[in-house]
Write a protein that binds this ligand. Structure first.
Ligand SMILES: Cc1cn([C@H]2C[C@H](O)[C@@H](COP(=O)(O)OP(=O)(O)OP(=O)(O)O)O2)c(=O)[nH]c1=O
Length: 630
């Protein structure tokens, strides 16, 4: 969501972040900015002694990083970006500049210098507006810096080495990351915290406000690389105040050849114009004041959502995240060879994944982000791979026929798969690969939600539980970990039970979990103090639910309980949207609100209905059987 009109100004523009830093990507993504990531190849080798102050070095490096990307994109005949953002973060102590350590000794040297002292973190930022005119690239450069003061506590050698061995210092200026373990070293921070993490967001927004909103150039008091912006705030700006930033452009001597032109560059104002290879004043440029309507960023995001989903699905299907797991940066051509796909197509897909924050791209190649390693590789404990493949192979074709589903009021299995719903359901259990895909999908969601469901209520009073339709046993295994005295029976169809061994967790005592096959609509239910229905009720029509809840109610002894795990809708039934959207492809079942679950469960003799919204994909409903028989 774009919270203020300043960032809204960038929504329709092709914005490129010339940085490989995952922190910068995250900071800008978090505020709803949409951008591509093209890491800069500019080597951070400017001669430090030629700068009179450390921040000048950071500003110049940021500028050179952004200029390199803007030029490269233009030369490679990629569509010229509208805006390129570059940044460089340095740590400065005793007038010395510390960048990223090259090895552990270097990290130790840096951290020892910071130990017990206050230092400054400077981030230089360059915003380059690009125009392609007669195939010539014109660029207008705006830059600024932000300073934050940070003080380290007195730290022991042992602690410093322990921190270094954590591996965290290596890709961070000054050899520490304040946002993670390094935060423990810090006594205080004066100034913008995000500036330390790599991007001064507040100053950036103020700078955009200056560029896009200040009424005329006469009002601008450009300061010589002043870290204090001309605007105090970027709030309450309306498009009525908008003006084209080129109105306020001033020419300056800026050399973008990659070398810092000592003396000249830092007497310039902080907005300047560059034509590739030349310095061009912009004072005569036409400046048209535009008042555009507020950009519907949410709608734009939805319009594009399908592309992003499909890129994720295809990369998962091709097992790109598996291939990159535990690997250093890998070139597109090697990935293409591995997956047996075209190099150009693979490169496009990899770039799309990088722009979505699923991969990191550096000049050395592509690598998994942390979340790709955790959630997108197929063998991770919390892997969503199974559900992603199910979404691609099963849900995508159904949603392609959504228009028919809405018009005809029925699920579109016949159109999507050439089969009726019943035949398809049989496929889940009879065709091996379909069955495994379905089980892997259910397993993905169960793993991700199991801890929150298991701990939503204190279940330690129960000695035995029966998870009806418990599939791979993911929730059961979590329950016996949380409640060591509990024994859980997983009850599911024979075809499912026959395939559960593949999903058994390794390195866990599995004896308290047993698997029993049967049909919960027809067969006797195993005895238990606690029955569990996880993601079952929403799937079935009222008649089937009647059969199931009547059976459970009948076997429940007084004091026994039923735990239901479902996404609980709000009373208006419009949130959470993940559940409302799921309803679009449902046949006979439905999602329910808190009051509907309460009403339903009370109807079958359950009382004390308690509902816990977990914040995860599944919520939990617990109710108890009183001495009532139906
Ligand atoms: C001091 C500090 C730095 N950092 C990071 C921010 C930057 O990513 C990095 C400094 O290196 P930079 O050279 O500024 O950036 P980068 O190499 O990560 O990415 P690129 O050059 O492609 O833009 O240190 C933290 O994450 N936490 C901290 O507390």
């Amino acid at each position: 969501m774009v919270l203020n009109p300043v960032l809204g100004k960038l929504v329709s523009k092709r914005v490129v972040l010339a940085s490989a830093s995952p922190r910068r990507q995250e900071i800008l993504t978090n505020v709803g900015l949409r951008f591509e990531v093209v890491p800069s190849w500019f080597k951070e080798t400017l001669e430090k002694s030629s700068f009179t102050a450390p921040y000048e070095y950071a500003v110049e490096t940021a500028k050179q990083k952004a200029l390199e990307v803007a030029n490269r994109m233009h030369i490679k005949h990629m569509r010229t970006p509208d805006i390129v953002i570059g940044a460089d973060t340095i740590v400065s102590v005793d007038k010395q500049i510390l960048e990223k350590p090259v090895d552990k000794q270097d990290a130790y040297r840096m951290l020892s210098r910071l130990n017990g002292k206050e230092h400054s973190v400077f981030t230089g930022v360059a915003i380059i507006h690009c125009h392609s005119k007669d195939n010539q690239l014109e660029m207008e450069v705006t830059d600024f810096y932000e300073e934050t003061k940070v003080k380290f506590s007195e730290l022991s050698e042992e602690l410093l080495w322990e921190y270094i061995h954590s591996g965290e210092p290596m890709d961070k200026a000054g050899g520490y990351g304040i946002q993670a373990l390094g935060g423990m070293l810090v006594e205080y921070v004066h100034g913008d915290f995000l500036n330390v993490v790599g991007f001064p967001l507040n100053h950036f927004c103020k700078k955009l406000a200056e560029l896009y909103y200040l009424p005329s150039k006469h009002n601008i008091q450009h300061k010589k690389y002043d870290s204090i912006p001309s605007v105090d705030t970027f709030e309450n700006l309306s498009d009525g105040e908008s003006s084209n930033f080129t109105e306020r452009k001033v020419a300056s001597k800026l050399d973008h050849s990659g070398m810092h032109s000592s003396g000249a560059a830092y007497t310039s104002e902080n907005t300047s114009a560059v034509r590739t290879g030349f310095t061009v004043p912009l004072e005569n440029q036409n400046a048209v004041s535009q008042s555009a309507p507020k950009l519907p960023s949410k709608i734009l995001e939805l319009m594009d959502g399908f592309r992003a989903s499909k890129a994720l699905f295809v990369a998962s299907k091709l097992k790109i995240f598996d291939h990159l797991k535990d690997k250093g940066p890998t070139k597109a051509v090697d990935i293409a060879n591995y997956v047996g796909a075209s190099v150009c197509g693979t490169e496009r897909l990899l770039d799309a994944c990088a722009s979505l924050g699923l991969l990191e791209k550096t000049p050395q190649g592509y690598s998994n982000t942390d979340s790709a390693n955790t959630y997108l590789t197929s063998d991770g404990k919390y892997s969503l791979h199974g559900y992603i493949i199910h979404s691609n192979d099963h849900l995508w074709p159904l949603f392609t026929n959504l228009e028919f589903a809405v018009k005809e009021g029925s699920r579109q299995n016949h159109r999507a798969f050439g089969k009726k719903a019943d035949d398809l359901f049989k496929d889940y259990y009879h065709r091996q690969e379909v069955k495994q895909r379905f089980m892997a999908a259910m397993h993905s969601i169960a793993r991700l939600t199991a801890r929150d469901v298991a701990t939503a209520f204190d279940l330690s009073q129960f000695k035995s539980a029966c998870d009806l339709g418990g599939c791979t046993g993911a929730l059961a295994y979590e329950l016996v970990q949380v409640y060591p005295n509990l024994k859980v029976t997983v009850f599911d169809l024979p075809e499912v039970i026959a395939n559960t061994s593949y999903f058994q967790p390794s390195g866990q005592h599995t004896a308290p979990v047993t698997f029993v096959s049967g049909d919960f609509f027809k067969d006797n239910l195993p005895e238990a103090d606690l029955y569990i229905l996880s993601r079952v009720l929403h799937d079935w029509p009222d008649e089937k639910i009647h059969v199931l809840l009547s059976k459970i109610s009948a076997v429940c002894k007084p004091g026994s309980a039923l735990l239901v795990a479902e996404t609980v809708l709000d009373e208006q039934k419009t949130h959470p949207s993940v559940a409302v959207l799921q309803s679009l492809s449902m046949t006979e079942g439905k999602q329910r609100s808190s009051s509907e679950y309460k009403q339903l469960l009370e109807k079958y003799g359950f009382t004390d209905v308690q509902i816990k919204i977990t914040g995860n994909l599944l919520d939990a409903v617990l109710c108890f059987k009183k001495n009532l028989s139906l």
